[in-house]
Every structure is written in structure tokens, then in C-alpha cells.
Design a protein around this ligand. Structure first.
Ligand code: SF4
Length: 820
């Protein structure tokens, strides 16, 4: 099938022409209308209508965009304007205003298509929806009949939003999650940022403060976060704090814009953040900068543990557990069996919930059982991580370690602002425990101006009906599914096993994900595809993943369908309004599940239409009282609680204490059965490949890193003409001395390589980067590069969180010999 008839142009062909000319040729009236109207403001024309919606997925922003529609086409998007006095809550970025170009992009997939040649050959045939669904369901049914239910895998990622159609953020959403809870196969969860998602959010479950609370901090540490570019909603509040005299420190191998706007830049060696965190903790303990009261009353420090590392509980003293309230998730009573502390007020062991003055340190005994506090255990296990060790490991001075520790402990409240810079090494999972330990030692959490992790706001609309039988299918329909971390997919495809268990994965449907551009270890993924009988991609665009698939099911974008969304970075709820008819024959995710479900034995899975589910979601008693039913949203579009009052998070975990010790830690990756003791405490280990003393550095001396820019959202947006005009070709950032040693000048085409792969792209030189490091872009797809792809250099490896290790690789750079 030709590119034009498939609705697809390759990026290379696309970029060879001017943006406007290509747009007219490829998308017909759609994009030409956009270009013309964008050039001349059109306010006030009688046939214009405005709608609210957002960018579809893959950006934590979920900003409300106002889309202007004229003659049935979306001609402009702009940020929703908060009322006067709340300008700091203004949302949006350059990507958002290019949304019309995304909607009418030449590489939108407009029709279901089946690949008739080799995967990757771009030999597509347009088919009807009936044919496409029959093709997919036949493969699923055959595979499940032959190999069992787990032969069908469902793979989702960050690429969609909304309660009806979202596959990721709204984990109790209707379309995807009804399907997921009944199909009984294998669920493949992306690597992405799972060190943070799994450890920070799911396992440790710390409360966070609202975005406005940045203004209360006296010290802000941007740790591996270029806030101005990647979490920009925070920046106005950080500026407020700075205006009030807050000190800002950037810990980053690169002199980012955020570092430039800070008082202090600490250029740590990539992947060594954990060593610095633990050295700070030890300095704080050794110099008695500890907030003992917080440690005793708000952290797990005083909880008593037995020699096997498990918590000593009231039941160990013969006091039987009691039943608490019914859990909305299990329908069963919560079992209450409190952990025990030594209460200094009474000199007795007591429940952690009733003790007045828990002892943080000390050894105790109960009927022959030796007991010690979590604090003592962790302190003793981690004392090897000294200031001297960290200075050498991180390649910074001891004075810098001491200054950071002292400032963190004594110039509070301190907020650590982070994004994904500390998340993308194999050792990253430890960083989240380490930050919780630091925050516990100094009381820098759960109070105004003190927070770890990214600040979030609290949502207002009551949507918990989604967790009840009202929104979930008949329980008899629900089936258990196997979970698989995506980084293990190649191994499973090669061996048919996950650990010792059989897992004959034969058909995979990828939803809202582009793993062949976005997962680390890309070559292994592509190599092992040959073991799959059928790969289905549900996507809006001809992505790298779609290109290697057997079938593409085209899905709609925002403004093409109605949905509901809550924004965690702002206290805003809104109906994602349908503004235009869907392009070509695209369908919403919800419609696609509705088509597929009955063909694979999931009859009756959806008992309402889309609007019916939105009514069921919103029309509960709580929302009726506050005027937030479906009809209210239908009328208003956006309903927000504009407020500058910071909201301070409270501990969300069952212990009601900040957790830095995890005796019951379970690996997200089921292939791990026994976890070493170090996994359960704050810890540091050097990176898997990208560490200072690795002998491989003789061959590949440079530490590889990647960054998200203002101009891409993972693999989204990089095909947009306006973005390309501003951002240009993707480039590798090099220290200018590193470049000079290799005869590389600004804008040269260079080859970045290691034993796994290579990528050819332009060089951009800077003094603001460690000499031993390079930064590659994280996002653009294969055809943005002359040769290869940045993820061809990275490892395919699954730690216990299943995290993608984008920054854990060594490499070398040379001038490309292939010419222009
Ligand atoms: S890309 Fe993200 S930050 Fe930019 S407008 Fe869209 S949702 Fe907002």
C-alpha cells in the first residue's frame, strides 16, 4: 500500500519538504486550514466554537487546552486561562499549541491496516474494521486454544488519558481495565520510570504536598530534575520561594537551565546519587542534626524488628489481631495487627499507635526474642557510605557533600524536586528509600515546605464508584492475569518461560505505547519479535512499534472523543469535549475494546455506552452535593477549585509513618523470589554498566545519559513541523573538551556507539556538562536519525522494579565517516 493511501509518510520524506507544502499535500484541507488560520488570528468569527480537552497522553501535565474549531476543523489550541489571581496555575507548553498539527499529521493512521510483507517492510493493506478485528481475534483465539490464556499479552504504557479510554494513569478506567480484568492473559507493564512508580508510589506510598507548597520551602534541591523544561508547572511556585529567599541547589551532571537558576550546582557523576544521599544521612547522624522527635513519631525508625528482619507485632505478644473497616478493594475487613515499639514513657513494649514516646534506638528482648529498632539496623548497615566515599564516587568535593547535608538538615523546610534523572539506572530503585530516609532523619516531609518526590495536587471529584461493582463487571467474569515487566519480554519470547514458569507468549496487543522507540534495550526487542505469531498495535500514528506490527488499529486523539479527566498537578477536573469528527475511520479505545471483546469470548463486558459510563462515574451523591455531575461538566466543561493554599500531604500507607525500611518488599518482577537484605533498606550499589571503575571504560569511556526536552513527549510530537522548526534535528550534547579530543566541532555528524549498537546524529557542544558524560535525546523515533537509535545502545535488563535503565550505559563518540 502506498504511503499516501495509508495516511503515512516517513519522517524523512516529510521533513524534506516545507512544513506547509507537505501539510497541504498529505492532509488535504485539514492542515492547510490550520496553517492559514494559525497565521491570522480569527477571534470573533461567527462560526467558531471553543472546546476543552488535553494532549493525549505521555506527559504528566494533562493541561487543559482550549481548542478552536472552524468549519469542522481544529484550527488552534491554547492553554486554558485561569481566573485573575491564579495565573501561576496557567498550564500548557509549546507542544500543546502545536496540537492541531498533531491531529492532522501526515503520519496519522486513518484506517485499520494489515502488514502483508515482513514486519518493518511498510507493505500495508487497508482493511475494514471487521476484517481487522477478525484477524486479531482469530490469532488470539488460536493462540489461547493451543498454548493457554497467557499466550495473549496486553501491553500498555503512558500514551492515553481519560476515564473511558485511558490505559495507564486512570488505573480504574472503564475501557482498558474492564478488558484487562477479564481477558485472563498476560499483562505487560512498561519499564519506563518504574523505579519511581513502583518504589516511590506503590511500595512506599508517601504523601505529597500540593504544587503551591513549593513557596514554603527555604531550601529546594532539584535532584536530577531540569524543572524549567520537564515539570514546568512547578517553576512559578519555585520562583516565589526564591523571591522569598529560598536557597536552590541543583544536583545534576549537566548545567541545566534549572542549574543556571540555582545558587549551587553539584555536578555529580551520573548514577551515583544514592552514594551522596547516604553520605548525607551519615553526616546528619554523626553530627546530631537529626530531628529525633519526627523520627520517633512519624517514621518507621522506632519500630522493632526481629533477627529475621520482620516487624515485631502485637500478635507476637499473644494479642490477637482485630478487624477494621471493609476495604473497598477486597470487600474484606482490614486486619489490624500493629507493629510494636518500646515506649520510653512507660518503659514497656506497646503498639506503635498508642505509645507516647517511642524509643528510636536501643536493644530489647521479649521472651527470648531479640529486638532492635529499624533506625539502629539501618544506621549500622549503611555506615560504610561516608562523606569520603561519596566524594570519590560522585566525583565532587567532601565540602560539597557536607554543605548539601548541612543545608538539607538545618536550612529547612527543604523540598527535593525531582523528575526522572535519578530514576534511570539499574541502581535507581534504592534512591527512593534513601530520600525517604533523609526526609525522616530531618523531618523534611509531610509539613509545609518539606517534601520528597514531585508535588501533586489533590483531586476533588468523587470517582471511587469506579472501584465498586457499579463500574466493574460481574465478578464472575473477572479472571486473574499474569504480569510481566516489559524488560523481560525478549527473554520470555526466546525461552517461553518467565523464571521457572511457562509463559508461551504468542500474540501481543500494544496499546498507547511505542516500546520500540521508548524502551531501553531496543535491539533485543526487535530481534525476538520473530517468536511472536501476531503483533497488534493500537495507535494514532505510524510509530516505530506500529511499523513492526502485523496489524494496526487506528485510535482517536483528544478533541475527537468525549472523556473525563482529573489533573494531579492542578486542582482541575474537566470533561474532555469532543470538538471534531474523528479522522478517517479511527475509533476510540473504548470502541475498539467493544468490538474485540465479544470476538474473544468476553461477551457482555460493556453494558453501557460511553456516555452511560460517564454518567455512572460522575452522578453519585457526593458529586451531586458539590455540583459535579456529568450534566454539570457537560455545561461547564472545566470545574476547578482555584486555590493558592498549599495542601500538605499525609501518609497514605497503613503504617501511617514514612517508610524507609521495607521488610515485606515484593519484587514487581515475579521472576525474583528471594530478595537480599539490602533491597529492603536504604542502599547504594554502583550502576550496572555506567560506573567509574568498569574496565569497559577503556573501550567506552563516556557515561551515556538521555533527556526529555521541552519539544518531545517521549516519542510523541517529534514529527510536528512547528516543533522541528524550533528544535531542529536531534543532537548529542558533548563537553567541548571531550569533543575537541575527538576532533568534533559543533554541528558535526557524529557516531555514538558501543557493542550493542550505534546512533548517528549532530553534535552540540557545551561547557555545561561533565567531561565524562554525553546526553542523547529521549524521544525521537528511528527515522529522525541518520543511522540507528539511542535505545540501540542501552541495556535490556529488569531489576526488581522492572525499570528501564536508559542512563546506565557506556559509549564512545567519533566523527561520522558516512558523509552528509
Ligand atoms: S505536552 Fe504536556 S505540558 Fe505540554 S500542553 Fe500537553 S499536557 Fe501540557
Amino acid at each position: 500500500m502506498s504511503e499516501a493511501s495509508s495516511g503515512g509518510l516517513t519522517r524523512r520524506a516529510f521533513l524534506k519538504t516545507t512544513a506547509a507544502a507537505t501539510a497541504v499535500t498529505a492532509a488535504g484541507a485539514g492542515l492547510s486550514t490550520v496553517a492559514a488560520h494559525a497565521a491570522s488570528p480569527t477571534r470573533g468569527l461567527p462560526d467558531e466554537q471553543s472546546f476543552v480537552n488535553t494532549c493525549r497522553g505521555n506527559c504528566g501535565g494533562k493541561c487543559v487546552l482550549v481548542g478552536k474549531v472552524r468549519e469542522g476543523k481544529l484550527v488552534q489550541t491554547r492553554p486554558y486561562e485561569p481566573p485573575e489571581g491564579f495565573e501561576r496555575s496557567r498550564m500548557g507548553c509549546v507542544k500543546g499549541v502545536t496540537y492541531p498539527q498533531r491531529l492532522y499529521a501526515p503520519n496519522r493512521v486513518l484506517y485499520p491496516m494489515i502488514q502483508r510483507g515482513e514486519r518493518g517492510s511498510d507493505n500495508w493493506e487497508r482493511v475494514s474494521w471487521d476484517e481487522a478485528i477478525a484477524y486479531v481475534s482469530d490469532h488470539i483465539n488460536k493462540a489461547q486454544a493451543e498454548y493457554g490464556p497467557n499466550a495473549f499479552g496486553l501491553w500498555h504504557s503512558y500514551g492515553s488519558e481519560g476515564w473511558l479510554n485511558g490505559a495507564y494513569h486512570q488505573s480504574t478506567g472503564v475501557g482498558y481495565h474492564r478488558f484487562l480484568n477479564t481477558f485472563g492473559g498476560t499483562v505487560i507493564i512498561p519499564g519506563g520510570d518504574q523505579a519511581q512508580v513502583y518504589m516511590g508510589l506503590f511500595v512506599m506510598q508517601h504523601g505529597t504536598n500540593s504544587t503551591a507548597d513549593y513557596t514554603n520551602a527555604k531550601t529546594l534541591i532539584a535532584w536530577g530534575a531540569n524543572v524549567t523544561d520537564t515539570v514546568r508547572c512547578c517553576w512559578p511556585y519555585i520562583c516565589d520561594a526564591r523571591d522569598k529567599g529560598a536557597r536552590m541547589i541543583a544536583v545534576d551532571p549537566r548545567y541545566t537551565i534549572t542549574a543556571a537558576g540555582s545558587d549551587t550546582w553539584i555536578p555529580v557523576r551520573s548514577g551515583t546519587d544514592g552514594a551522596l544521599m547516604l553520605a548525607m544521612a551519615n553526616f546528619i547522624i554523626d553530627n546530631d542534626l537529626v530531628d529525633w522527635d519526627f523520627l520517633a513519631k512519624k517514621s518507621v525508625a522506632p519500630l522493632l524488628i526481629k533477627d529475621d528482619g520482620s516487624y515485631f507485632k502485637l500478635s507476637d505478644m499473644g494479642i490477637p489481631p482485630t478487624e477494621g473497616p471493609i476495604s473497598p478493594w477486597t470487600g474484606q475487613p482490614v486486619i489490624i495487627n500493629p507493629e510494636v515499639v518500646f515506649d520510653k514513657a512507660t518503659g514497656q513494649l506497646a503498639s506503635q499507635f498508642t505509645a507516647e514516646d517511642p524509643a528510636v534506638t536501643g536493644e530489647f528482648e521479649y521472651e527470648g526474642t531479640r529486638l532492635r529498632t529499624v533506625f539502629d539496623y539501618v544506621r549500622d548497615m549503611t555506615k560504610q557510605f561516608t562523606v569520603e566515599f561519596a566524594a570519590k564516587e560522585c566525583d565532587i568535593s567532601e565540602e560539597q557533600v557536607i554543605d548539601l547535608a548541612t543545608t538539607y538538615a538545618t536550612n529547612g523546610p527543604t523540598t527535593v524536586v525531582m523528575a526522572q534523572g535519578i530514576c534511570h539506572h539499574v541502581n535507581s530503585r534504592h534512591n527512593y528509600k534513601n530520600l525517604a530516609y533523609l526526609a525522616s532523619l530531618t523531618g523534611n516531609i509531610d509539613k509545609p515546605g518539606a517534601c520528597i518526590y514531585l508535588n501533586k495536587n489533590h483531586v476533588n471529584v468523587e470517582t471511587t464508584t469506579l472501584t465498586t461493582k457499579e463500574m466493574y463487571p460481574d465478578p464472575s467474569l473477572m479472571k486473574p492475569y499474569a504480569t510481566l515487566c516489559s524488560e523481560r519480554v525478549p527473554e520470555v519470547l526466546e525461552t517461553g518461560k518467565l523464571g521457572e514458569a511457562d509463559l508461551p507468549l504468542k500474540v501481543v496487543m500494544i496499546v498507547s505505547a511505542n516500546p520500540f522507540a521508548s524502551e531501553s534495550g531496543r535491539p533485543r526487542f526487535l530481534e525476538t519479535l520473530k517468536h511472536l505469531d501476531c503483533l497488534v498495535t493500537v495507535d494514532c500514528f505510524m510509530s516505530d512499534t506500529a511499523r513492526y506490527s502485523d496489524v494496526i488499529l487506528p485510535v482517536g486523539l483528544s478533541f475527537e472523543q468525549e472523556d473525563f479527566l482529573q489533573i494531579s498537578s492542578h486542582e482541575v477536573d474537566f470533561l474532555m469535549q469532543k470538538a471534531v469528527e474523528p479522522a478517517g475511520e479511527v475509533k476510540s479505545d473504548f470502541e475498539i475494546y467493544n468490538l474485540l471483546a465479544p470476538k474473544i469470548g468476553l461477551d457482555g463486558l460493556y453494558d453501557k455506552d460511553a456516555e452511560g459510563y460517564l454518567h455512572a462515574l460522575l452522578d453519585n451523591e457526593a458529586n451531586k452535593k458539590i455540583g459535579r455531575t456529568y450534566d454539570d461538566f457537560k455545561r461547564e466543561g472545566v470545574i476547578a477549585d482555584w486555590s493558592e493554599e498549599p495542601v500538605i500531604g499525609t501518609e497514605a500507607n497503613a503504617l501511617k509513618r514514612v517508610q524507609f525500611y521495607l521488610p515485606d518488599l515484593i519484587a514487581r518482577d515475579v521472576a525474583y523470589t528471594v530478595l537480599p537484605a539490602e533491597e529492603k533498606i536504604p542502599w547504594y550499589e554502583h550502576a550496572m554498566e555506567a560506573y567509574q571503575d568498569n574496565p569497559l571504560r577503556e573501550k567506552y569511556p563516556l557515561f551515556g545519559n538521555s533527556e526529555h526536552s521541552n519539544y518531545t513527549g517521549h516519542s510523541m510530537y517529534n514529527d510536528i513541523p512547528w516543533i522541528h522548526e524550533i528544535w531542529g534535528d536531534p543532537y548529542v550534547m558533548l563537553n567541548d573538551e571531550t569533543a575537541a579530543e575527538r576532533g568534533i566541532a559543533e554541528d558535526d555528524l557524529v557516531r555514538v556507539f558501543n557493542d550493542r549498537g550505534e546512533v548517528v546524529l549532530r553534535a552540540r557542544l557545551t561547557k555545561g556538562l561533565r567531561k565524562d558524560s554525553i546526553i542523547l535525546p529521549h524521544g525521537p523515533q528511528q527515522d529522525a536519525y541518520r543511522v540507528g537509535h539511542p535505545q540501540d545502545l542501552t541495556l535490556c535488563f529488569s531489576d526488581l522494579t522492572g525499570n528501564s535503565s536508559y542512563n546506565d550505559f557506556l559509549c564512545e563518540v567519533e566523527k561520522w565517516k558516512g558523509g552528509e
